[in-house]
Design a protein around this ligand. Structure first.
Ligand SMILES: [Zn+2]
Ligand SMILES: [Zn+2]
Length: 63
């Protein structure tokens, strides 16, 4: 199962988050993670496998 270290606002620090059993049909792509310490749910903006750090060059789209 996917586990990540993220900042938890409730714990006010970095905690280990794990993916809960998804009931919305996302499967392994479920963006929801639960804090293993307090159980707060967070939504990840990007999947752990695809970290997006190079967004300095937004691709212009022709109208
Ligand atoms: Zn889900
Ligand atoms: Zn927490």
């Amino acid at each position: 199962m996917a586990e990540r270290e993220l900042h938890c606002d409730t714990c006010d620090g970095v905690q280990l988050f794990e993916a809960p059993p998804c009931v919305d049909g996302h499967g392994s792509h479920c963006p929801e993670l639960l804090c293993t310490r307090c159980g707060t749910a967070v939504l990840t903006p990007a999947l752990p496998r695809h970290p997006r750090r190079d967004r300095r060059h937004p691709t212009p789209h022709a109208a």
